[in-house]
Structures are given as structure tokens and as C-alpha cells.
Design a protein around this ligand. Structure first.
Ligand code: MN
Length: 156
């Protein structure tokens, strides 16, 4: 089962944050899972877009420096980051200076998705957002080890 939930979900997420200082949700793994995606525009040290899909009771997450493509056949680098709690899909606000990911977070797009295909190295899904609509794929870079973080996201 390549997509089996981790034994300690959200451990990395929690280790990186001080919840006395940031308003980001502390969250729990599990709970009611809807098939939702979110793209958060994140004005951290470098502007990037965080793409998140609800899977396995958490938000699987990728940082997309140039943003999720709206045009077909455009490939963008997507660097997998730590799983986030489901509640993070509603988070907008300012992460305080000095904290992990300090800067503004705004929801750029959000909606439902339909999962079409899933393996350790590939996800295919249909996004039903305001801006992002249609079939997308996330594919791990070829020739890398299983845990490698670099993926490509593309509109099909
Ligand atoms: Mn980010």
C-alpha cells in the first residue's frame, strides 16, 4: 500500500511550528475528510503557491514556486512538503516574523476534486475550483528514490 497513512501523522508539521505564536491550526489527523483541494498564495521569503489535496485524513502538500498551471501541457516544479491538517484548507492570515513560513497566506483557489489514479509516484485528479478546473497530474521526477521530494504538476 504505497499511500498508507504515516504512523505519526502531522509530526513534521507540528515540530516546525510554535502554536502559541502562529494562528495556523494545530489540527488532528483524521476526522471527516471531504475531497477538497486548496491553493494558498504564500508570501514567505520567496513567493510560492502551496497546493494541497485531502488524502489519508491530512492535506498532502506541495510548494509550487511558479504556481499551479492554468494552461494545458504546462509543467511546473512542485516540491512535496510536510502533511498539513485538514483545517489548514481554510487558513488565511499572517504567520508572525521569526516563525516557520513567516508571511502572508491567502487562499488563491479552493474546491472539490475527484481522484482518478494514484500510485507512489503519480496522482491524477480532476479539480473543480474557481480558477483551476479540469484534469491534472502530479508525477514524481523519474530516476529518483522513492522518498524524493521533487514532482511536476501539469494540466492534462
Ligand atoms: Mn508555503
Amino acid at each position: 500500500m504505497p499511500w498508507k497513512a504515516e504512523i505519526m501523522p502531522l509530526e513534521e508539521y507540528k515540530a516546525k511550528r510554535d502554536f502559541r505564536r502562529t494562528r495556523e491550526p494545530e489540527g488532528q489527523a483524521g476526522g471527516v475528510e471531504e475531497e477538497i483541494f486548496v491553493v494558498q498564495e504564500h508570501h514567505a521569503s520567496h513567493l510560492h503557491y502551496d497546493f494541497r489535496l485531502s488524502l489519508d485524513g491530512v492535506l498532502k502538500s506541495w510548494a509550487v514556486p511558479k504556481g499551479v498551471p492554468e494552461e494545458k501541457d504546462t509543467r511546473r516544479l512542485a516540491v512535496q512538503t510536510e502533511d498539513h491538517p485538514l483545517e489548514y484548507a481554510s487558513f488565511e492570515g499572517t504567520i508572525p516574523k521569526g516563525e516557520y513560513g513567516a508571511g502572508e497566506v491567502r487562499i488563491w483557489d479552493k474546491g472539490r476534486f475527484q481522484l482518478k489514479e494514484r500510485s507512489a509516484d503519480k496522482l491524477v485528479f480532476v479539480l473543480e475550483g474557481e480558477r483551476l478546473r479540469g484534469a491534472y497530474a502530479l508525477v514524481r521526477f523519474r530516476g529518483q528514490e522513492k522518498q524524493a521530494k521533487n514532482w511536476l504538476i501539469m494540466k492534462l
